[in-house]
Write a protein that binds this ligand. Structure first.
Ligand SMILES: Cc1ncc(COP(=O)(O)O)c(C=O)c1O
Length: 392
């Protein structure tokens, strides 16, 4: 039997044109693709077999929203007045406001925009009742603390939502004030979606939330129909087909009695954004090249992995402006940012490579969720990253 070796794929004309365009951009920058956002939203929604609410906090870019917001048919989750201002008048689908620190101004604006309120505590419910006054009451959804519903060794309990006991007190307070409690919500944290046999996985959380619903219904006198069981889907969800199959089967019985929905930010947006920075300086140091870039942790804080115990740096794509020097030794490349912090390391290429040249582009995939907004741009008075929309 003969083995044929396929020749390396030739980058097609469109990819080459995109690379040319990338080289013309002002850097550092983010390139966001609304087509990918819509495709990932549709894909995740189909894998779940339920409605899917989009968490705008993952990427509140207005230019992006204008181009893909119409696809978010099951609604958006908003965590601030700023996010509400962005969608007001632009999104007709349901709007859910969700933030334990919501103040009266945020509440009033959310009432005016007919949002559904995700209630984090009894105190928050009482404040909402005062703000409603004589206005028409909004729909409310009670947030249950995920750690109180199922205790999981994998994810330490967080401080969001209520205990069952407080949720019942809150139900009573809202019902007495004629504010309808239409559903329950829980969220176990980003990247928490998993299936195992330990009784504390994503499906177990959904079942625990459903099991609590009759107690709430008993107080309101109305069945709880809406369960938002959160999500915590990773940007790599397309590679988890089996997990989704198992999950769908396990939550299927709940869908007979409840409208089960999920929410996602990362899963929808991460794969739709790249971060592009330019090599400003290059040197050999020890057994590596150090490529000093014009963008770093001031523009993409998450790449520096300062919040990770084990730093696993992203491996960027190097887009060379010209051919690599042929006679230079090959070494791994460390990509560093533009600040004086020793933590400003944004990527590594561990393969031995020819050195980059000044002006080459360093391109990081999967930077469409949180990377831009989770960065502090005031350090060294650097300008924030630019943003471009690129429709594929
Ligand atoms: C309540 C809630 N829902 C959804 C999300 C979105 O999480 P992710 O982007 O990981 O999907 C968050 C993130 O903080 C959240 O707090």
């Amino acid at each position: 039997m003969t083995t044929t070796h396929a020749s390396p794929p030739v980058r097609d004309d469109a990819a080459a044109a995109t690379d040319q365009w990338l080289l013309s951009l002002k850097t550092p920058c983010y390139v966001l693709d609304p087509t990918v956002v819509m495709a990932r939203y549709a894909d995740l929604r189909e894998r779940l077999g339920t409605p899917l609410i989009v968490s705008l906090k993952a990427n509140p870019n207005l230019d992006l929203l204008i181009r893909c917001g119409h696809a978010f048919i099951d609604g958006v989750e908003l965590a601030s007045l700023g996010e509400l201002d962005i969608v007001a008048g632009r999104i007709n689908a349901p709007k859910y406001v969700n933030n334990p620190s919501m103040d009266e101004d945020f509440m009033r604006a959310a009432l005016a925009s007919r949002c559904t309120f995700i209630i984090d505590s009894l105190e928050q419910a009482q404040r909402l009742i005062r703000v409603i006054g004589k206005q028409a009451a909004p729909h409310t959804v009670l947030r249950l603390n995920a750690g109180q519903l199922v205790s999981s060794g994998k994810h330490p309990a967080d401080h969001f939502g209520m205990s069952r006991h407080d949720a019942l007190l809150t139900t009573t307070a809202l019902t007495q004030a004629n504010v309808p409690v239409v559903g329950l919500h829980t969220f176990a944290g980003s990247n928490s979606f998993h299936i195992d046999d330990k009784g504390s996985d994503a499906a177990a959380l959904a079942h625990a939330l459903a099991a609590f619903a009759p107690q709430v219904a008993h107080i309101t006198g109305m069945p709880v129909e809406f369960l938002n069981v959160g999500g915590g889907f990773s940007e790599h969800f397309p590679s988890q087909a089996q997990t989704f199959d198992a999950y769908r089967q396990r939550i299927a019985p709940l869908q007979k009695n409840f409208k089960v929905v999920h929410e996602s930010g990362r899963g929808v947006f991460a794969g739709a954004g790249t971060f592009v920075t330019r090599v400003r300086s290059i040197k050999a140091l020890g057994e590596r090249y150090v490529a000093v870039c014009d963008g770093g942790l001031s523009h993409n804080f998450l790449l520096a992995k300062t919040e990770s115990m084990l730093k696993q740096y992203a491996q960027p794509r190097l887009l060379r402006r010209q051919q690599a020097p042929v006679d230079a030794p090959t070494l791994p490349i460390q990509f560093v940012g533009s600040t004086c912090s020793r933590a400003d390391v944004i990527g590594w290429s561990h393969d031995a490579s020819a050195p980059p040249s000044v002006g080459d582009l360093v391109i990081f995939e999967n930077c469409g969720a949180y990377n831009q907004t989770y960065s502090v741009s005031a350090f060294l008075s650097q300008s924030p990253a630019h943003t471009y929309i690129h429709q594929s």
